[in-house]
Design a protein around this ligand. Structure first.
Ligand code: AMP
Ligand code: ZN
Length: 467
């Protein structure tokens, strides 16, 4: 059965097929962080949903080429660098580094490309796109040197968000703060320099200025993935105006259908309100690590609720995640002990529970259903082990199936750093085993145990766990 996804554009569940004629490569664009501060865990909910999507598509045999942009110029980054008295690039670098560290902690698979909006090749592309729009009279220059997109020229504007935008259509010059605009819904493609921008500006045919946020994504997406994407993701707050604007700009420049499938995750909530910087009700990943929670516990919480449902964040949710992961770890350890050195047969049919898990994810990433199947499996498997009816071979096959599930969940136990002296003993033991010196190997096993580590021989090589 194919993967089915609820497309925001059609509001219906659609069978997913990539544009690639070979049906293999999936081109996916995901709106990334604005690097003016540490990302909060609401942002990471969006990135973890995208990670789950990518990993599931990969388990289903697709090769995902994913772009996540870094918004490293906007009002917030400019205000931040002014406040700190450092150049914009230095200011944003701190938060880019933090972001990459955080996604590693959360085990988010890196995207294929992380373009930054201020890279000269993208600024150049943004300017070129705006020039094209201006030549088609879709963009217009305002008196202050800013350039706006004329939404009246794109009748489908508002379609993604299912909005009736009649009231945003021009009816003479409107009075607003942005008085240069012809219509209130027109959005900025290029923002003319003003004194608040300090030394942040680029030269353009319209004078000094900087790009608008929406054109950044259109330029980076089409530069790296071409004019047509398979999937475009973000949080629900991105639907309007950001994604609507991306569609309008990209399609008016390329004449092609910008993105087939649009997916949006609901918000991470705190006491009924969206977690956000402006409300001050947020936790960064670092705040939670400092409270003693691990990256994988936080990953579990952010992953465990269907992406289209709001997720209410609480610290007790993290404690429940810890308990669930302990159950998972105990089950895996029990199976490993039972399996010993037995290998799963390559031909074994997948356990029905594993099939059910993956099929639940085929259904628009139904993670709660999938986790339900997983924990049912754990309960039944534990019962069978209690009854002594699990052979070493069955344990090995269960572990092999579970490894498939783990390639999607990525929730395996943290491996503690192994001291160098223990690693040296393990190497000596490997050499003894290669020389069929079983007595020597046993002595070394005891020495490793005395140092506080247990060594298990698996087909991937020796595995160490803390005793
Ligand atoms: P920003 O850095 O604000 O541009 O947001 C980056 C991404 O995080 C976007 O895709 C947002 O939709 C998403 N996002 C922001 N706040 C939340 C939240 N509370 N829950 C889920 N996603 C969020
Ligand atoms: Zn974007």
């Amino acid at each position: 059965m194919s993967v089915r996804l609820l497309n925001t554009a059609s509001r219906s569940l659609e069978n997913f097929t990539p544009l690639d004629p070979a049906g293999r490569v999936v081109k996916m664009y995901t709106c990334g962080p604005t690097v003016y501060n540490y990302a909060h865990i609401g942002n990471f909910r969006a990135y973890i949903f995208e990670d789950l999507l990518q990993r599931h598509l990969e388990v289903r045999g697709y090769a995902v080429e994913r772009v996540m942009n870094l918004t490293d110029v906007d009002d917030k980054t400019i205000a931040g660098c002014k406040r700190c008295g450092v150049p914009l690039a230095d200011f944003t670098q701190t938060f880019k580094d933090a972001f990459f560290e955080d996604i590693k902690t959360l085990r988010i698979r890196p995207a294929t490309h992380y373009p930054a909006a201020t890279a000269p090749e993208y600024i150049e592309r943004m300017i070129d796109m705006i020039k094209t729009l201006q030549a088609k009279e879709i963009a217009y220059l305002a008196e202050d040197g800013s350039v706006y997109f004329r939404i009246a020229k794109f009748p489908r504007y508002g379609e993604l968000a299912h909005l009736n935008l009649e009231e945003l259509r021009p009816s003479g010059r409107i009075q607003s703060d942005e008085y240069e605009k012809e219509a209130v819904g027109d959005f900025a493609l290029w923002k003319a320099w003003n004194p608040n921008d300090g030394d942040v500006w680029w030269e353009s045919p319209w004078g000094r200025g900087r790009p608008g946020w929406h054109i950044e994504c259109s330029a980076m997406a089409t530069a790296l993935l071409g004019p047509e994407l398979d999937i475009h993701c973000g949080g629900v707050d991105n639907i309007f105006p950001h994604h609507e604007a991306e569609i309008a700009q990209s399609e008016c420049v390329t004449g092609r259908h910008f993105a087939r499938t649009w997916l949006h995750c609901a918000h991470l909530m705190v006491d009924g309100q969206k977690m956000s910087k402006s409300l001050g009700n947020f936790y960064t990943l670092r705040d939670l690590l400092a409270k003693g929670y691990s990256g994988r516990e936080i990953r579990y919480v952010l992953l465990s609720v269907h992406y289209r449902l709001p997720l209410n964040f609480t610290l007790s949710g993290l404690d429940a995640a810890r308990a669930a992961l302990e159950r998972l770890d105990a089950w895996v350890e029990r199976l490993q002990t039972l399996a010993g050195e037995t290998l799963a047969s390559k031909e074994h049919p997948p356990t029905p529970a594993c099939t059910r898990f993956l099929e639940a994810l085929d259904d628009d990433l139904n993670i709660s259903g999938a986790l339900g199947h997983l924990f049912d499996w754990i309960r039944e498997s534990n019962r069978a082990m209690d009854a002594g009816s699990v052979t070493a071979l069955l344990a090995a096959q269960t572990l092999a199936d579970f490894a498939r599930i783990q390639s999607v969940l990525e929730l395996g136990a943290e491996t503690a750093a192994v001291p160098a002296q223990v690693l040296a003993l393990v190497e000596q033991r490997q050499a003894a085993r290669a020389a069929r010196d079983w007595a020597g190997s046993d002595v070394l096993r005891d020495a490793i145990a005395a140092a506080g580590w247990q060594v298990k021989d698996t087909k991937q090589g020796p595995q160490l766990t803390r005793v």
